[in-house]
Design a protein around this ligand. Structure first.
Ligand code: ZN
Length: 215
């Protein structure tokens, strides 16, 4: 089974990816991990990628695709794979399509987890963490006993920069502008499974399985 997982940041893709990894015994392919592996092994591709990163530049798509190709031709991808966080743009999707066509392993489905922006902002912006012990809280689903104070160690709770409302909204804007067009791209190929991502983790998991025809 070869899958692409799409959904806005904060839509709960990671949790569904974990389920799909076990269900199909396939690895999750993330470009971040591929980059790190090549850079730490000091491969030619890794050196090229690092040169761009050291200059604060984006790694060009042609190189990203080479790195992805090196990963998906490894043994553990024989049952398939799940792409999470890649492709992010139409040019990347087109390059991936062409590479998979060359290898004769086309994508089976694109799982598109849909959650309204307002709910994502509420989920993310409600989170706080304890800087001392790492405990996490949420103003709706896991409230601390004394406002702003860690239940476990009494430290003052903080909001991570990534969870701040402005940051979440900016990431959502980028998602809508760059990545959402991929849904239309793959709909033309008849591969998109739209999943309602509102509800508990179990509810969403059940919908994903149903869409894939798994009990
Ligand atoms: Zn604490």
């Amino acid at each position: 089974m070869r899958l692409i997982l799409l959904g806005a940041p904060g839509a709960g893709k990671g949790t569904q990816a974990e389920m799909l990894i076990k269900l199909y015994d396939i690895p999750c392919i993330s470009t971040g991990n591929i980059f790190r592996e090549h850079i730490s092994n000091n491969t030619d591709l890794g050196k090229q990628a690092k040169a761009f990163m050291d200059e604060g530049k984006l790694v060009p798509d042609s190189l990203v695709i080479e790195l992805v190709k090196s990963r998906i031709t490894q043994d553990d991808c024989k049952n398939g794979m799940i792409f999470d966080g890649f492709p992010r743009t139409i040019p990347q999707a087109e390059a991936l399509d062409a590479t998979l066509a060359d290898l004769n392993i086309p994508i089976d489905y694109v799982v598109n987890v849909e959650v309204p922006d307002e709910l994502i902002v509420e989920r993310m912006a409600g989170r706080t963490v304890c800087p001392s012990c790492g405990a996490s809280y949420h103003k709706v689903s896991k409230k601390e006993k004394l406002a702003g104070t860690c239940d476990l160690c009494n430290s003052k709770l903080v909001q991570r920069d990534d969870d701040k409302e402005e940051t979440v909204k900016r990431r959502l804007e980028i998602y809508h502008a760059q990545t959402e067009p991929l849904i239309a791209h793959y709909k033309l190929q008849g591969k998109v499974l739209d999943i309602d991502g509102v509800g508990t983790v179990d509810e969403v998991r059940a919908r994903v399985k149903q869409a894939l025809g798994v009990n």
